[in-house]
Design a protein. Sequence first.
Length: 412
Amino acid sequence: MSRSGKISSLILTFCILTSFFASGCAKEHVDISFSWWGQPNREEYTLKGIEAYEREYDYVTVNPVSGSWANYPNEYKVKMEAGLEEDVMQINYDWLLKYSADGNGYYDLSELEDVINLNGYKSAELKLGTVNGKLNAIPVGLNSNIFYYNKTVFEEYGIMSVPRTWDDIFNAARIMNGEAYPLMMSQKSIMFAAVAYTEQQTGKPFISSSGRLAFSKNDVKMLINMAAYFVEKKITPPVSQFSADFVTNGKAAGFFTWVTDADYMAKGARELDNVIVTGDYPGAYIYNRSGYYIKPSVLYAISVNTENPEEAGRFLNYLINDDYFATLQGNDKGFPINDYVIRNIDKDEASFSYDAYLRMESDEERMQLEYPGMEDPEAILAFERAYNAVLKGVDPDIEAAALYNELRTIWK
């Protein structure tokens, strides 16, 4: 080779090497997507967290997809059926049963142990997201319906102690006489309260461990009669009036809701310096069955169709383990169960939700793990139709028989 040829070859080699090192051995750019639902504050901090992640991993773009809960389940169903779901997803507990009954509906996260650190979780906690031996999802926190009371409003009606029993709640409703309600309950929480009462009276679970209706027709009759009683006796307003505004303006002196929704429901009243406290779980416990349930608040999963499982796993790891994101998220998705995240929670700042978490934890041994299908939308709508019919004067025996058959079909 001539001298000029050698020089040309060296120049070419130099150019290739400098180009390679100048890029910092740059990885090929990757796009992944992340979906969730929630209040506007959740979107705000999540977007901040995504920006921080993209700064650290500058070869990754995380495309956010968010929405309110009202439309989210139906939109998610369409995506899952079409195989067009996002790479990383916030999912609801019952979706494990609905979309991955055999464990193959979501990516098996145990295959991503090189990028997802699960050391902050107990094995029992990971089982909550395990289906058929496959780790389909990772729980963020635990959730349960909790009784909350506005002491300020109760005292205005001369009730100096917040309720501890069902009779206390019923007596408060008689004293308030429709000017205020002892509780504010959503469609779903009315069902959970009626289930608790009925389980306490019968000693039977609402749903068996195999996922089938365990109540008899008479039990179902008690269930819908109790739900109708809650509305008829003005213990709670009709579901159509459900609003955090009722709590803010003192129209509702308490509420029965998920730990994850408590801050939102209480925010207005607390800003007015009302004193809101967590209450006892009312119940006779005749059969040593509390009737109350616990479940994961939300979980994170990865699409079985993702084209970038490693990068999706790395982002999921950020969501569950990163200090900065943990600080942003706080207790918005329930008080966290990951030991790595708990250390970053300011328990004084999060005192309201932390108190609720401690209340839930103290009763955890008497609670049952919620069967995922218990919140099936069809079941909840059927329940609501039944007790509303009773409120309108339809024979409870007729409605109980109809609901019994509907629930047996839904939970077959």
